[in-house]
Ligand binder design. Structure first.
Ligand code: ADP
Length: 269
């Protein structure tokens, strides 16, 4: 609470009294706290890949390197630079979404072809998993921003692949309820510990187990998914069992597909 005095003036600008003002600045304080926390996390997260890039470029500049070493160092630099780009894009996305500055280009969107497109692009890159789309029983139209919904699918299907051993199966299926379309992404991967489930969608949260320490990520993917789905008046839920697999469900309000009534014409010859 901020407390201060303010003078009260009359019409001729003479001071006629004072007023004690109590102002609740909790919200401003929280926003400030969030901002500084964000800045320090961001700087910390950026520093790791940047030091890698610096370290390896220095090695390359100072030594007479054999071509195979050179190739190895360049591969690392490339990987770390890509990670930096991903981090910066994710930071910008989440900032824009949380501050309400993200605009959504809403239209009637059919989810099935987007799911198929994302699954195909993963199949081309990760042939070691079996990716399967179960055909839906009804139409999969929702009201939404196609690019943003695709971003959610890329994140969730990407995680299903990333946190599964080679040879695992990832399936996407649909549940077409009267008012809701549920898109379900199932994997046979590492699973999620029970105590982590409630923190999963928080910014920068990553599960720190030895079995997933080598798997790269920003801890922002699920936070971004949550924001996007929230903006569509939907929600994401998760069920998971450690060592068995996970199931993420995207619930989206269904588009009322009103079939246009065709006027019947009878032409008299
Ligand atoms: P990250 O960039 O770390 O993948 P996310 O926000 O996408 O960040 O996910 C947060 C954490 O949740 C991950 O670090 C991972 O441990 C866990 N996780 C997400 N999806 C899955 C999944 N399908 N199977 C197992 N663990 C998962």
């Amino acid at each position: 609470i901020q407390v201060y005095y303010e003078k009260i003036h009359d019409a001729r600008d003479h001071v006629v009294g004072t007023m004690l003002v109590h102002r609740d600045i909790t919200r401003e304080y929280e926003v400030d706290q969030m901002k500084s926390e964000f800045v320090s996390t961001v700087s910390h997260e950026l520093r790791t890949p940047l030091s890698s890039v610096l370290g390896f470029t220095e090695l390359m500049l100072n030594k007479e390197l054999k071509p195979d070493r050179q190739h190895k160092y360049l591969t690392t630099i490339h990987k770390e630079a890509k990670r930096l780009t991903q981090l910066i894009n994710d930071f910008l996305d989440i900032q824009r979404m949380e501050s309400g500055r993200q605009s959504y280009d809403m239209a009637d969107v059919e989810m099935l072809p987007i799911v198929q497109e994302v699954m195909e692009s993963f199949t081309m890159n990760y042939t070691k998993h079996t990716l399967r789309v179960v055909p839906p029983a009804a139409s999969t139209f929702v009201r939404g921003d196609a690019d943003k919904l695709k971003q959610v699918l890329v994140n969730l299907i990407g995680n299903a692949v990333k946190y599964s051993p080679e040879g695992g199966e990832v399936t996407v299926e649909f549940r077409c309820l009267p008012k809701t379309l549920v898109v379900i992404i199932r994997d046979q991967g590492l699973g999620i510990p029970r105590d982590a489930l409630s923190k999963l969608f928080s910014k920068f949260y990553r599960i720190d187990n030895s079995d997933r320490r080598k798997i790269g990520g920003t801890g922002l993917g699920l936070a971004i998914c949550k924001e996007i789905v929230k903006a569509h008046d939907g929600e994401i839920t998760v069920q998971s069992e450690l060592g068995i697999g996970s199931m993420f469900s995207i619930h989206l309000p269904r588009q009322d597909v009103t079939v246009p009534v065709l006027a019947a014409y009878s032409e008299v010859a």
